[in-house]
Structures are given as structure tokens and as C-alpha cells.
Design a protein around this ligand. Structure first.
Ligand code: AMP
Length: 288
């Protein structure tokens, strides 16, 4: 058993490093949950999972400008540090690390991390440079926090696949744990961006998960993947006022075009509403 102490909160990288070194000196394991804040029950689930399996839990809150493209919603991204600190503490965090942009990016020597072909499809195709920025911040954060285990949500399935591949190929020592998507009662995936939906858009948004669930059934019944993709796209077009960015069925986690024998699949989509771009997916097994 570890002692319970009041949760700490710091924007300073040096304080964060002092904390993780103190944990290492006392042989306590660190679970880490990186986030962009405006925390909800999806984030809480990651923190609780980390708490169950580690002595200590660190949560980072950083809206990372490097992963937003020009014209995207960096400025409009919702923020509420006080509420985040409360939620993180209640879910079991021991420290919240909330650096500013100037703390995280004080210099730029021009070195870039290139995520490669895994980032060419799905969100990567419509958000060029997005996953470069994700890998940049994740590498910096894990270097600062030095966790034993890092927790990521399956809602951001492409992000998870890219980070898992990065950690494996570059021998990053932390273990990655996948946490299933937490949903609202009506099936909508919880997301910090949901507050930027209009009332009408919020009413329409559960169609996204309904369409994905129908698609999963149709795939399992042996339907044509092309036809099923088209069916989801048509459903989203007809039943929401959003613009469909993509609907795609790929292998998971390789994110390749499925062959007749591919079993581990993802059906994923993105819909752009007036002020919020929502993504969702289902990862499932198609029996041979
Ligand atoms: P974000 O703050 O949106 O960057 O998300 C931080 C982490 O929380 C990522 O690993 C996300 O995949 C995860 N996450 C976000 N929403 C959910 C959700 N509804 N269920 C589970 N995990 C989530």
C-alpha cells in the first residue's frame, strides 16, 4: 500500500522530474495518462485504470499546438483547469502536470519525428502533420514523466496504433495499455469537443455510433466492405447535418486494406460539425 497524500499540480517540468525521480527512488511504479484537458468520464476511466495497476498516477494536461493544423480548433478547444484538477484528483491522480506552451516548446532545433504510412490514412489524410505533433508531445511527455505504463483510449484508435508502433520500433520502455471508449447513455463517444456541438448537432450525433454498430453486424454477416462503407457514409449524410470526412474499414492495428482473410478490423469515421470534428470507431474480429 502507498500512502495517500494531497494531489499536487505543477506547470514546471523541473517539478515533474523531481516527483518522478522521488517515485523511482522509493521504488514506486508510475502510471501516466496524457490528455489535452477538459476532462470527462473517458479520461477518468484511464486514470482509474492507472490507479488500479500502479503505485502512483501522473496526469498531464496540455493542449498541444503542434498537433493542430492551420484553421483547426486550437483556440476554440475547451479548457477548464480547475475542474480538471478536481476530476483528476477524484479519479485517483497523484500529480497533474499542466505545462504552458512556452514550457514545452522553448526551443526548436528543427528536428522532426515523421510517423510514416500509418499516418497517411483516416485522420492523418485530412489532418496533415497532426500525428507528427502527437508523437512529438508524447515523446517529450514520457521523457519527462518516465512512466512504467501509459494509458491511451481506443477512441483515438489511429493515434494508439501509431504510438504503439513508435514505442515498439524505438524501444520506448513504457508499457502501453489500451482503454475502451467510454460513451454517453445514447452511445455518443465522450469527447471534450462535444460541448462545441449545437443542440441540433448533439441530437444527431448518436447516429455515428449506431451506424458503426450496424456496419459491424453487416461485416460479420459477410457483406461487402465497400457496400458497408457506403451505407455508413449515406446514413451519416442523411441523418446528420455534419460533413462526412471519411468512413473506412481497415485492418487493426496495421491500418491496411483488408483482404478476404483479414480478421482484426476497425471501422472508423470522422464527421465535421460546425464547430466540432467528431471521430469514432469500432474495433472487432471478423471470424474466418
Ligand atoms: P484527449 O484529451 O482528447 O487528447 O484524450 C486524452 C486521452 O483520453 C487519449 O488517450 C484519448 O484516447 C482518451 N479518451 C478521450 N476520450 C475518451 C473516451 N470517450 N473513452 C476513453 N478514452 C478516451
Amino acid at each position: 500500500m502507498t500512502e495517500t497524500t494531497a494531489m499536487q499540480c505543477t506547470p514546471a517540468i523541473s517539478k515533474m522530474i523531481d516527483w518522478q525521480q522521488a517515485m523511482k527512488t522509493t521504488k514506486q511504479t508510475i502510471g501516466f495518462v496524457p490528455t489535452m484537458g477538459f476532462l470527462h468520464e473517458g479520461h477518468a476511466e484511464l486514470i482509474k485504470e492507472a490507479k488500479k495497476n500502479n503505485d502512483r498516477v501522473a496526469v498531464s494536461i496540455f493542449v498541444n499546438p503542434a498537433q493542430f493544423g492551420p484553421g483547426e480548433d486550437f483556440e476554440e478547444y475547451p479548457r477548464n483547469l480547475d475542474a480538471d484538477i478536481r476530476l483528476a484528483s477524484q479519479a485517483g491522480a497523484d500529480i497533474v502536470f499542466c505545462p504552458g506552451v512556452e514550457d514545452m516548446y522553448p526551443t526548436d532545433g528543427g528536428i522532426r519525428i515523421v510517423p510514416g504510412p500509418l499516418a497517411d490514412r483516416l485522420c492523418g489524410a485530412s489532418r496533415p502533420g497532426h500525428f507528427d505533433g502527437v508523437l512529438k508531445v508524447v515523446l517529450k511527455l514520457v521523457n519527462i514523466v518516465q512512466p512504467d505504463t501509459v494509458y491511451f483510449g481506443m477512441k483515438d484508435a489511429q493515434q494508439l496504433a501509431i504510438i504503439e508502433t513508435f514505442f515498439r520500433d524505438y524501444n520506448c520502455p513504457a508499457v502501453i495499455v489500451r482503454v475502451p471508449t467510454v460513451r454517453e447513455m445514447d452511445g455518443l463517444a465522450k469527447s471534450s469537443r462535444n460541448v462545441n456541438l449545437s443542440v441540433q448537432e448533439r441530437n444527431e450525433a448518436p447516429v455515428i455510433y449506431e451506424a458503426l454498430q450496424q456496419a459491424e453486424l453487416l461485416v460479420k454477416e459477410g457483406g461487402s466492405l465497400e457496400g458497408i462503407t457506403q451505407f455508413v457514409e449515406n446514413t451519416l449524410r442523411e441523418k446528420t447535418s455534419g460533413a462526412v470526412d471519411y468512413v473506412s474499414i481497415l485492418t487493426y492495428p496495421q491500418l491496411e486494406e483488408p483482404t478476404a482473410v483479414s480478421q482484426d478490423l476497425i471501422i472508423a469515421c470522422a464527421v465535421q460539425f460546425s464547430k466540432a470534428r467528431l471521430i469514432d470507431n469500432i474495433i472487432f474480429k471478423r471470424e474466418g
